[in-house]
Design a protein around this ligand. Structure first.
Ligand code: ASP
Ligand code: MG
Length: 417
């Protein structure tokens, strides 16, 4: 059996969804789990809606816009269809009911209850469409299958419970239909409260299903020909990496390569399940493979992360930054879920580069303030080059101010202004 993941771009409009159905037809007769993200930029849109709700603003025009988008796509796929429309409007009703309840003040919790509607809408629409065009499938509710704790917006998976749920529900569904459609990004507590797995978490969902079901492979369908050594929007000469060992891919995702959610690879590596990244425009092309293989090339790979903050922390009493300080600093970062993308210490200071939202960061900084002086630069860029060369370095630093630099044998990182 195989697991497929279709991200937002691969289901963003009616032609993309038709294309998805054509890809599934190529695999008819095979047991598939199809993990689907929210359509296009819906997750960003729902984040806006959540902001409005949390500020007690009126959300009805945003809900209307959200529904218009989905209903228009449905109308283009299945003109005049009423049943599909009914299914989407019942989700709209559910969303409106949530929004009618006064905001609880628990932002992360509310996030998961509201932003998860993106995947609920997309999978409802697509599963229904597939059924109408002869790709029989069963829609499964990921909230009931991917069981997590209550770390809202970053649910920690309970693997034992998740495996038992998935291994019961999916084979049962396959008895009737070979295709199972489910939502990426969403899980739930054992009491059924929705929890999300973090932005871009649908890749991780695919890996969770693959791990639990011992899949033969996972395929992520994308609008690029495979894994590239850089973002083609920034590096027009980006090239495809044909195959990557898990370790190299893990390194790239650790440094923030946006191709694959960082938690995705570990479960796959643990069971030696290969991950393919393929173009949904050219399903016949080989794409890229991550698996038990050799590194096929050591050309430089570039990972650029914008909107970073560089924080520098100084003990106010001029003590050295050593074990006790560091353990205090890390405890606070962990408490506020500040994710560190790069760190460096000197005798009297400790610097970290992070992409964590500024509100979360400010709450953390407030706790540092009694004992530490904190300086920060907002809107800096973190550039990582794997397998760096002098030319590669020149390309990224030319004309920029370097705030921090760190090197190892294979990797160089710069924090740039
Ligand atoms: N829809 C979610 C997001 O945009 C999850 C995903 O696409 O992987 O972050
Ligand atoms: Mg994605």
């Amino acid at each position: 059996m195989q697991v497929f993941k279709f991200g937002g771009a691969s289901v963003k409009d009616a032609p993309a969804i038709r294309n998805l159905s054509n890809i599934l037809r190529l695999f008819s007769g095979e047991e598939l789990v199809v993990v689907i993200s929210a359509m296009g930029k819906t997750t960003n849109f729902l984040e806006r809606l959540l902001k409005a709700y949390s500020n007690q603003e009126n959300t009805s025009s945003l809900v209307e816009e959200l529904m218009r988008y989905h209903l228009d796509v449905l109308e283009e796929l299945l003109p005049g269809d009423n049943e599909g429309r009914g299914r989407l409007t019942s989700l709209q009703q559910e969303l409106e009911n949530r929004l009618a309840v006064p905001y609880s003040g628990r932002y992360d919790y509310e996030y998961d209850q509201i932003v998860s509607f993106g995947e609920l809408l997309s999978t409802t629409l697509i599963s229904y469409y597939l059924q109408q065009v002869g790709v029989s499938n069963t829609w499964l509710n990921a909230t009931e299958l991917v069981i997590t704790d209550t770390t809202y917006r970053e649910g920690k998976v309970d693997w034992e419970q998740t495996a038992s749920k998935i291994c019961t529900a999916v084979p049962l569904a396959w008895k009737n239909q070979y295709v199972v459609v489910t939502q990426g990004f969403i899980g739930g507590t054992d009491e059924g409260t929705r929890v999300t797995l973090g932005r871009e978490g649908s890749d991780y969902t695919a890996a969770i299903f693959a791990y639990c079901l011992d899949a033969s492979r996972v395929t992520i369908w994308k609008d690029v020909p495979g894994l590239l050594n850089a973002d083609p929007k920034r590096f027009p000469d980006a090239v495809k990496l044909d195959q990557l060992p898990y370790q190299e891919a893990l390194e790239l995702s650790y440094y923030g390569a946006s191709v694959i959610h960082p938690k995705t690879l570990k479960p796959l590596q643990n069971k030696h399940i290969p991950l393919f990244v393929k173009s949904f425009f050219h399903p016949e092309d080989p794409g890229s493979m991550i698996g038990d293989c050799q590194l096929s090339t050591t050309i430089p790979s570039f990972i650029v992360k914008d909107h970073q903050t560089l924080l520098t922390i100084f003990p106010k009493d001029f003590s050295f930054v050593a074990e006790e300080n560091l353990s205090e600093i890390f405890t606070l970062f962990a408490k506020h879920r500040v994710h560190i993308n790069m760190m460096q210490n000197s005798a009297l200071s400790f610097s970290v580069c992070t992409g964590t939202e500024i509100e979360r960061l400010k709450a953390c900084v407030a706790e540092f303030q009694p004992r530490y002086k904190v300086k920060y630069n907002e809107q800096v860029t973190l550039v990582t080059i794997r397998h760096y060369t002098p030319e590669a370095i020149k390309r990224v630093i030319e004309g920029r101010t370097i705030l921090l630099r760190q090197t190892s044998r294979t990797t160089i990182q710069y924090v740039l202004l």
